[in-house]
Write a protein that binds this ligand. Structure first.
Ligand SMILES: Cc1ncc(COP(=O)(O)O)c(C=O)c1O
Length: 352
């Protein structure tokens, strides 16, 4: 059950964001690119790409924006080591290792020994460049547990660790807070263009990015529909349900001093475009990625942004979005993964 909250102003939100400790890491604002050739090809709504793949640090992505708040908070609390464990091709690990290097914090990465682990390419190759300590974990082990055990060992030796990613409550909420800020940035860009707000924002999201956008829309009382496309489903340990996404919205609003009472019925997060599984390229997403590249010269990756983009195209093709709509695709990055999935690019003669 959701209850209406009195809309707050953009200035109120901006003021609350300005109170939080923040590390300067991202190139902001990220560009907002119109995509007329893509829109014409699809025969659907007007489309813009919000280019958070261009946040700058170490090939960019949504996590650079999020790390500004997460690591700003960590530094203000005297944290001296950050820990992240995830898939071996994790974008967050790459972006975290770079941010930690830039801020002078020690970083421990715990990559899973998954199908991509032995092939040191893409994100994994780059992540190792920034001087992080690499502690691989078995593919079958719980990443959440492994990170907690590592943090406990460090604490026992007098260190001040902070865990990021799955299971890290405060970091996930701060990551959502960053996307409340991103929404304000987007609104300002539409205003500058003299364009009405979009009707829909599509984004690849497990939890925080979507939660932040949704929280912003709810707080401001905007009618923009946030359409999250999940890169994974309930088979994956890191999957977060609409219930959990709604809770993250409320937590992000609360951290800024606003009350939001929101239930899962307000959350539109689809697992329809996962394909075979998380981390496995899907044929439909590879096809729509090729169309995007051909029409607009923009790349998406096969694990995250490519599946999100295929969600936008799928909704145009099924008629869920039509010509009178105005869609933004918030590009969350992930591009280095393209290199570790080269064998899935069959259309350019790179298949098995
Ligand atoms: C490229 C990309 N897009 C989207 C996401 C999901 O972000 P969030 O967990 O904030 O929803 C990630 C997370 O790793 C990512 O790397």
């Amino acid at each position: 059950m959701s209850h209406p909250v009195p809309p707050v102003s953009r200035a109120d939100i901006a003021g609350a964001l300005a109170q939080l400790p923040r590390a300067s890491l991202a190139h902001l604002p990220t560009p907002l690119d119109p995509c007329p050739r893509l829109a014409a090809e699809l025969g659907g709504p007007k489309i813009w790409f919000k280019r958070d793949d261009c946040t700058g640090l170490a090939f960019g992505g949504n996590k650079v924006r999020q790390h500004e708040y997460i690591l700003g908070d960590a530094l203000s609390r005297g944290v001296d080591v950050v820990i992240q464990g995830a898939a071996s091709q994790s974008n967050q690990s790459r972006q975290l290792a770079a941010a930690a290097a830039r801020l002078g914090i020690e970083c421990i990465l715990m990559p899973r020994k998954d199908a991509q682990f032995e092939h040191v390419q893409g994100n994994q190759l780059i992540a190792r460049r920034f001087g992080a300590t690499i502690v691989p974990i078995e593919a079958s082990a719980s990443t959440k547990q492994a990170k907690q055990d590592m943090a406990a060992r460090l604490e026992a030796s007098g260190r001040r660790p902070m865990i990021l990613g799955m299971g890290a409550e405060r970091a996930l909420t701060l990551a959502a807070v960053a996307y409340i800020g991103a929404y304000l940035e987007l609104v300002e860009q539409f205003e500058t263009l003299g364009e009405p707000l979009p009707s829909h924002i599509y984004v690849t999201s497990q939890v925080s990015t979507q939660a932040g956008l949704q929280a912003a829309v709810e707080l401001l009382g905007h009618g923009v529909k946030i359409c999250g496309i999940n890169p994974m489903d309930a088979r994956n340990e890191a999957y977060e349900s609409p219930d959990e996404i709604a809770s993250r919205c409320c937590a992000a609003a609360e951290l800024l001093g606003f009350r939001l009472d929101l239930g899962p019925e307000r959350i539109n997060n689809s697992t329809e475009f996962v394909g075979d599984d998380y981390g496995k390229p899907a044929a439909a997403a590879q096809e729509t990625a090729a169309l995007l590249a051909r029409t607009e010269g923009i790349l998406v990756d096969p694990v995250y942004s490519g599946k999100g983009f295929s969600g936008l195209v799928g909704d145009i093709q099924s008629g869920r979005l039509n010509k009178s709509d105005r869609a933004v695709f918030l590009h969350t990055g992930g591009l280095p993964a393209i290199f570790s999935y080269a064998s899935s690019y069959h259309d350019i003669g790179h298949g098995e």
